[in-house]
Design a binder for this molecule. Structure first.
Ligand code: NAD
Length: 352
């Protein structure tokens, strides 16, 4: 039976995770799936009470005893340095070497796109972002800090192994999901060393996937084109920095944070599944948080655990709630967080 650690975390994290849990339990019951959902208390309150963020033993337990980790959100104004969030999120990402950041972006209803003249089917893409290298590794330093001659260096680290495994992950995802096109985003003109490595590896791997159309684009051109012609994009693979920026841009095209799920993966290890949004302290405790990103994150997790049918049913129920206007105020509805979760569970019941 798959064992799943639920870490609701801070702010709206517990509110949206409660709904995702409700939906998971509902779909599991109707599909005859057994899921062992274990709640973890980690977050700002525990850190403030005990001084502990996450211990090495707890990290080891998550790696050894769990099939997946589902996070709500981490971030609390009482912990301005965000130490607990950094230790837990980056800790898991690096300890488990979760090198694939998967961000599916799908527009359910054209009303929610900021683009005019776009049809829902025009925005349906998956950003595959490298999650462990690039400019985010923290290699570098400052010199003559605080003086007019200050210097800051942030190294961009790209290994052959790291580039190849993320490019392979993108093509494998495309093949598995019947997607037709993979586009590489880079900046090979201005950053020829990193860009050159990405382009060479991309061309090599593409040859193994003859049925998939492949092309490379400069990231600045892609950012513009993604807004003008979103239908051209199917699977996009990019380095840590470029993938970070493009995935937020793409999420905005499909209706924003309230419905954006993500997964951090390394085949063979427990994946970390989280909605893209943060802990939203401005609306926490008001029953206004949109739980759909968290529910869609649960669907991604189900799919990753080998339950594609259950995942598709959850996604269909979320689509139905959006189309019916059974949503929280951020999507123009009048329902509270819990009522949206209930609506989705009822929809799942109907489809039994
Ligand atoms: N993965 C994570 O846990 C994660 C990600 C981003 C930010 N954070 C943390 O969250 C805290 C708040 O950060 P922020 O304000 O920059 O980003 P945020 O995503 O929490 O909120 C941005 C805006 O979007 C709204 N929003 C976010 N999620 C929503 C939802 N589900 N339904 C309705 N509205 C929603 C918020 O009300 C806010 O106005 C900070 O402590 C930050 O460090 C955590």
């Amino acid at each position: 039976m798959p064992r799943i650690a639920l870490i609701p975390g801070d702010g709206i994290g517990p509110e949206v995770t409660a709904e995702a849990r409700k939906v998971l339990e509902s779909v599991a019951a109707s599909e005859g799936l057994a899921l062992d959902l274990v709640q973890w208390p980690h977050g700002a309150q525990r850190y403030l009470d005990t001084g502990a963020t996450i211990t090495p033993e707890e990290m080891a337990e998550l790696e050894r005893d769990y099939d997946a980790i589902m996070l709500g959100a981490l971030g609390d104004p009482r912990v301005p340095g965000n130490e607990h969030a950094r230790d837990i999120l980056l800790g898991l990402r690096f300890k488990l070497d979760l090198y694939i950041n998967l961000r599916p972006v799908k527009l359910v209803d054209a009303r929610f796109s900021p683009l005019k003249g776009v049809a829902a089917a025009d925005v349906d893409m998956v950003i595959v972002r490298e999650n462990t290298e690039g400019v985010y590794v923290g290699l570098g330093g400052t010199f003559k800090r605080g003086t007019p001659d200050e210097l800051a260096i942030e190294e961009d680290v790209n290994t052959r192994k790291g580039v190849e495994r993320i490019v392979r992950a993108a093509f494998a995802y495309a093949r598995e999901h019947g997607r037709r096109r993979v586009t590489l985003a880079d900046k090979a003109n201005a950053m020829p060393n990193a860009g050159g490595l990405y382009r060479r590896v991309f061309a090599e791997v593409a040859r193994e996937y003859g049925e998939i159309t492949s092309s490379a684009m400069y990231v600045d051109a892609m950012a513009m084109d993604m807004v003008l012609h979103p239908a051209k994009y199917d699977v996009v693979v990019a380095s840590n920095l470029f993938g970070d920026i493009l995935s937020d841009l793409a999420a905005a095209l499909a209706g924003g944070l309230g419905i954006a799920p993500s997964a951090n993966l390394h085949p063979g290890k427990p994946g970390l599944f989280e909605p893209v949004h943060g802990s939203a302290p401005d609306i926490a405790g008001q029953d206004r948080a949109n739980p759909l990103a968290s529910v869609l994150t649960a669907a991604l997790m189900l799919e990753h655990l080998g339950n594609a049918g259950a995942a598709a049913r959850v996604e269909a129920a979320v689509d139905a709630s959006i189309r019916a206007g059974a949503t929280t105020p951020d999507l123009g509805g009048t329902l509270g967080t819990g009522a949206v979760g209930d609506w989705i569970c009822r929809e799942l019941e109907k489809g039994r």
